[in-house]
Write a protein that binds this ligand. Structure first.
Ligand SMILES: C[S@@+](CC[C@H](N)C(=O)[O-])C[C@H]1O[C@@H](n2cnc3c(N)ncnc32)[C@H](O)[C@@H]1O
Length: 238
């Protein structure tokens, strides 16, 4: 059973057939070996995202309110803590991952929630100055529309910083011809502005190149339905 869960954790095709609740349950079961697994695979996405955040906030880091989405066991928040950020909340649907994360004492709050485009009632609009994501744009994890809820939560002038391996844009069904266009539409519509994207050769396994994207949020009033409709019809726009 443990082996089956560990396989599902790493097997994108298997995750494709799972519900979100089943995916979260896989993480419940691999949570206590998660850090060890990634350490053995030279995981670096979270380190690069933390560097992008630290660069944006050179001063008064202890006061910056950050939401770590798909927070897992807190690997990214640990990197932020090392850089003197002291007000990070986590959000993740997996109770097992939360249990592991809370042992690290790097989160103020940790919300057991899915980020999937629905409005998260617990979290007010413009609550955060920064939102981060590492290793969660992948099969069965964050859907494209989750970006819209992220923008709602970050105040104008704040930062959204996330890593995406290049292959996700072309290999993950949910993202093919959808994620990159949505990121662009959101910019064209004035929701956010791309500050930069920094390319790295090795997100994990000393391979898997990708970008860390840094967006400044401009507006938090988001018409999610409009984008859902547009994504549904995106194949017609090609
Ligand atoms: C590969 S782990 C990444 C964890 C952490 N960010 C890191 O860098 O180690 C993916 C995490 O995404 C979470 N997850 C999956 N779907 C999610 C969703 N829709 N919203 C929020 N978290 C989700 C899982 O529970 C899991 O903890």
């Amino acid at each position: 059973m443990a082996e089956a869960n560990s396989i599902a954790f790493c097997d994108f095709d298997k995750r494709e057939t799972m519900t979100s609740v089943e995916v979260a349950d896989v993480f419940n079961k691999v949570a206590n070996s998660y850090d060890e697994t990634w350490q053995s695979r030279n995981y670096s996405d979270h380190i690069y995202v933390a560097e992008g955040v630290a660069d944006f906030f050179p001063e008064r880091r202890a006061d910056v309110r950050i939401l770590d989405v798909a927070a897992g066991t807190g690997l990214l928040a640990t990197q932020l803590w090392k850089k003197d950020f002291r007000k990070t909340d986590g959000l993740d649907p997996s109770t097992g991952m939360k249990t592991e994360a809370m042992k690290k004492h790097v989160y103020t709050n940790y919300y057991l929630e899915f980020m999937d485009g629905h409005v998260i009632d617990n979290l007010d609009t413009d609550s955060y100055s920064c939102l981060v994501v590492a290793a969660a744009f992948n099969t069965g994890f964050l859907p494209c529309v989750s970006l819209l809820e992220m923008v709602r939560l970050v105040k104008p002038g704040g930062l959204i910083c996330f890593g995406v391996p290049d292959s996700r844009f072309t290999e993950v069904k949910e993202y093919i011809n959808r994620l990159a266009p949505l990121m662009l539409w959101m910019e064209q519509d004035g929701l956010w502005q791309l500050l930069d994207k920094k390319h790295y050769d090795d997100f994990y396994d000393d391979a898997n190149p990708g970008n860390v994207f840094r967006y400044m949020v401009h507006a938090s009033d988001v018409d999610v339905e409009k984008y859902i409709h547009r994504l549904r019809n995106s194949h017609l726009e090609k």
